[in-house]
Design a protein around this ligand. Structure first.
Ligand SMILES: [Ca+2]
Length: 236
């Protein structure tokens, strides 16, 4: 038996392909396979096999699943996205909370400004001779001029008035506003320099400058903070 006869009987592998013995059986068919074991015996035992396997030139597919690198990258990408969303949500709540506080503070400041609009600068009876609430004017409900809001002087200094809880333009206490307060200060200013930081003794000029500070102290805040400030001047 020469080499050709042996190859015809056993089949041979040529350039990585398997060539079966069909050529010698008169079937004029050729079988190519990747590995010999897939073809050994099949052509001989099943010569009527209609369609031999076509040559496979595509790369083999990997097994299904994720590698460790893919899982780590997915975790990093998803984690970064979640953190970004959480940070954006927190920033939105902070901005919204601050905007709400500012609007509330401005509303409270304007309530006091509206309250003082119809009042004269000085008391209609005592005039400039008595600054601050006159005897008998114990509460804000009794105030009848602007200098009453300068408060009762202590050591020659008029401290102003604090309303805690805050009040509205009708001098009523506003309920359900814990942490909020209004503070009013009254200064005498020169007519030609109403924005000066230095002030004149109260009652020495015909013009008063009123400043309202609206403060808020949250449950966890150590001190009250000024949320907004409103200033206006009124001439005699
Ligand atoms: Ca008065």
């Amino acid at each position: 038996m020469d080499q050709n006869d042996y190859s015809r009987r056993k089949g041979r592998q040529v350039s990585g392909k398997y060539e079966g013995p069909y050529r010698n059986l008169g079937m004029n068919r050729r079988v190519d396979c990747d590995v010999e074991i897939m073809c050994t015996g099949t052509p001989m035992n099943h010569p009527q096999s209609p369609t031999p396997n076509p040559p496979s030139r595509r790369p083999r597919r990997r097994d299904a699943g994720f590698t460790l690198i893919e899982a780590a990258l997915t975790t990093v990408i998803v984690g970064t996205g979640v953190l970004s969303i959480v940070a954006a949500q927190q920033a939105y709540h902070q901005k919204n909370d601050w905007a709400q506080r500012t609007g509330t503070a401005m509303l409270l400041a304007n309530e006091l400004r509206e309250l003082t609009m119809p009042l004269p600068v000085f008391d209609p009876i005592t005039g400039k001779t008595f600054i601050g609430p006159e005897p008998g004017e114990a509460t804000v409900a009794d105030y009848d001029d602007l200098d009453d809001f300068a408060g009762v002087p202590m050591a020659g200094i008029y401290p102003g008035m604090t309303f805690d809880p805050p009040i509205d333009a009708l001098r009523r206490t506003i309920a359900d506003m814990p942490g909020w307060s209004q503070h009013v200060t009254v200064d005498s200013v020169l007519v030609d320099n109403i924005a000066a930081s230095f002030v004149q003794p109260l009652g020495t000029t015909p013009m008063l400058r009123l400043t309202v500070d609206v403060l808020y102290q949250g449950p966890n805040d150590p001190n009250a903070q000024v949320i907004t400030q409103l200033t206006w001047v009124v001439g005699q």
